[in-house]
Ligand binder design. Structure first.
Ligand SMILES: Cc1cc2nc3c(=O)[nH]c(=O)nc-3n(C[C@H](O)[C@H](O)[C@H](O)COP(=O)(O)OP(=O)(O)OC[C@H]3O[C@@H](n4cnc5c(N)ncnc54)[C@H](O)[C@@H]3O)c2cc1C
Length: 324
């Protein structure tokens, strides 16, 4: 294998042709050419350096809960920032978490310390790094609202500490991906709260999710962003008749119309075909092109970005205003 030397440079596992369905909550995705899980900052730097040296594209994932990996897989190096780069430290009114920390673990650690402000993370199945990159949120709050500092590594392997104002947070987006930064840690500034009442709020959020989301089948959460004005994406899909629509193993959830679930054996192609059908239905009925919330990875260099650019030029030509 041409890239065997990488195994000697990293303490963490290095795998070749690793099936990405194992690393996404949709349980969909072709093979990563090379898949690594760094165990330390040094490991991460070695992986970045190796990718640069060999001209390999580098893709970062966390828990794979907001991505669609194409069936062709991902060329180059995939770096998974997982629990090996996780861990939470509490100090006074701030909580610092490694990028691989699961959001539930972070919210629990804050609650135990009597710190309020991260309850909204309960039930979001991502990592801290992924949540910063996409500015994950719920119940009117997003990660960017609570961040005080983020440590990132750039594609030359250098560390930088950034304030939230440098990350250009917007609805479900930041400039982390565009800058090629890899989040390694994040610090949250929080207020005091009563652990029992924090727990009640978190339990209430979890209960609402169990009631309104199809948590029994693999998915990536909301597929589409809510349009800037007007009703939310799920409502538009439901009213356009999208609920229950199927392509292969992919189905628009009858429980929540903004979720596409994998009913068994769905491919990325199934999901993308279904997404296009749903977009068309919504456009015909309401004149709104829905933008993707999930990020498309793989299929060749820049395939995901091309798809998004193609999409944004279409969306720019549309009114964005519901017509009914
Ligand atoms: C059932 C369900 C419910 C959900 N509910 C919500 C919700 O309420 N609100 C919400 O916002 N989302 C929700 N999601 C989507 C998802 O859980 C969040 O967006 C989450 O924050 C993604 O984190 P991740 O670690 O899984 O990132 P991934 O899906 O692995 O990656 C997402 C993006 O972040 C980048 N990325 C990942 N880690 C890093 C890193 N360390 N440094 C730089 N870039 C990185 C990736 O390249 C990719 O572009 C839900 C998903 C599911 C399956």
């Amino acid at each position: 294998m041409a890239h065997e030397p990488l195994q000697r440079q990293l303490a963490g596992p290095v795998r070749f042709a690793e099936p990405m369905w194992r690393h996404t909550t949709w349980r969909i995705g072709g093979p990563a050419e090379i898949f690594v899980e760094p165990t330390s900052l040094e490991d991460l730097r070695a992986a970045i350096h190796y990718a640069r040296q060999h001209g390999l594209p580098l893709t970062v994932i966390g828990n794979g809960s907001n991505v669609l990996v194409l069936d062709e897989g991902i060329p180059g190096l995939v770096v998974r920032i997982g629990p090996r780069l996780g861990g939470v430290t509490v100090r006074d009114h701030s909580v610092t978490a490694g990028a691989g920390t699961r959001l539930g673990q972070l919210a629990e650690a804050a609650r135990e310390a009597g710190l309020a402000g991260l309850e909204f993370l309960a039930g979001i199945p991502g990592t801290v790094g992924g949540a910063v990159a996409v500015n994950a949120g719920a119940h009117g709050l997003a990660v960017g609202d609570r961040l005080s500092r983020v440590t990132v590594v750039d594609r030359a392997g250098n560390c930088h500490v950034k304030g939230p104002e440098e990350l250009e947070f917007a609805y479900r987006s930041s400039n982390v991906g565009a800058r090629g930064w890899i989040v390694v840690a994040a610090e949250f500034g929080l207020g005091c709260g009563d652990p029992a009442s924090i727990r009640r709020t978190m339990e209430e959020y979890l209960r609402k999710r169990r009631q309104t989301q199809p948590l029994d089948l693999p998915s990536a959460g909301s597929v589409f962003k809510n349009p800037p004005q007007g009703p939310p994406a799920g409502w538009l899909v439901e009213m356009a008749g999208g609920k229950g629509l199927r392509v292969g193993g992919a189905m628009v959830s009858p429980v929540h119309a903004n979720f596409v679930v994998n009913t068994g054996g769905a491919t990325a192609r199934d999901v993308l075909t279904l997404i296009e059908r749903v977009r068309e239905l919504v456009y015909r009925r309401f004149g709104v092109y829905l933008a993707l919330e999930v990020q498309v990875l793989g299929g060749g260099r820049g395939a995901g970005e091309e798809m998004c650019q193609d999409w944004s030029s279409k969306a720019a030509g549309a009114s964005g205003e519901p017509s009914a």
